[in-house]
Design a protein around this ligand. Sequence first.
Ligand SMILES: [Fe+2]
Length: 491
Amino acid sequence: MADFSNDPTRTGFFAPQRFEADVYDCEVIGKVPSDISGAFVRVGGEWFYPPKFEDDAILNSDGYISMFRFRNGRVDYKGRWIRTQRFEKNLAAGRQLYGYYRNPYTDDPEVRDPARPHLRTVSNTAPIAHAGKLFSLKEDGLPHRIDPRTLETIGPYDFDGQWKSQTFTAHPKIDPVTGEMIALGYQATGLATDDLFVYTIDAAGKVKREVRLKVPYVSVIHDMAITQKHVLIPFGGYVTSRERLESGKIHWGWDASKPSYIGVLPRDGDAKDVRWFKGPERCMMHVFNAYDDGRKIVLYAPFFESNFFPFFPPIDGSPWDASKARAYVRRITIDLSSRADTWKEEILWPFPVQDLGRVDTRFMSLETRYGFTGYADPERPFDEARAGNVRGRVTNCYGRFDFATGRLSTYFAGPTHSLQECCFVPRKGSREEGDGYLIGVASNFAEMRSELVIADAQRLEEGDIARVILPFRSSAQIHGIWVPEEEMTFA
Ligand SMILES: [Fe+2]
């Protein structure tokens, strides 16, 4: 029997709760601004059945989608399991049939299907709304279409047969100028394959362009960035192979000798036009944003120094190094007029941050002044006596990082709280970058409940305007998005 007594994803605040939820007209501390209209949709993972292996990745847990629905100053909450094929098969069997994260060779014989690894996705990483449709995403499978009125799972979606990759990124980017969605699928033709397909999907949701590439080596391509002219494809460090998977190991290992890469593909270009720029050891998970500056590309990203994930161990047998699992806000400049295949990189603030960087998405692909993300401020005391259930790192602040001036504005969540990824909500009728609200879910360890905090993004120091109280610990979020009222038909 596996021992989960020290596993922070099985015990304490983030222990699975397994229920679905509807809370109408949630309790609020303060006053929810009545001009916030739409939904904050979140996707994350929770073990419905325990994993087969103690050292499996929490990234392998079952997808859960939740929504804070804002209307006329009131907020309703809804949470549902994402009913993937895998979830249904486990539920029918009454146990966990599936093995390690992205390794179908470790699955029980009745579901083992290494030729079609995308069918075992848990769809637990991020939501996206495009062309009036809502999806949950995970990079090892197809999007799952979700009914925005009920959060029921409609099923996997391949864009009417036009999406040919087995996989679809958790972080497609939507161009606010054209309404196009740029997305990629890596390991596009099967387990550990070096095929990368990049797609442009028009504002109506139809695939209008496909480019097929080969990657320098097979690695995690978790996020991507777009400018008005280019698609950026960052990755580094993680490695896998068919042999590794057949030997029964978890999907990724870390190879510190591997360079990091940023692929630059012109949005109107073909496979022959991609350039692979090369950098040092780096764990490149998420980006803030990128834009074109003449013949240069500027990318803001909170990349890690080295391997962030302890459950993807170094392949040389060395121990995971927590001191290098730190992300910093970086400005990366790629000079397309140079023949060199490298980039210039600056660390803009000297302290580590949560690598879940967000911007005002109306400025996606355009020059950006503000990045938002969480960080731990050691000057703000954490009340360990009252918050006894904390394990791991605490994120007690949200920051607005001003790339133009270097100024940092800070929201502090309180001495017993840790913050999940934030999300920016534009103020209705405003067009100014950063004019709106910053929202996000806080774990209140003292009360063992989740609270959605709402702050004015231009006055973070003043604290929250309102807190929406859930009378339970909400399922953990990986990523969330704001969906304005006019983009989606909610109930
Ligand atoms: Fe992500």
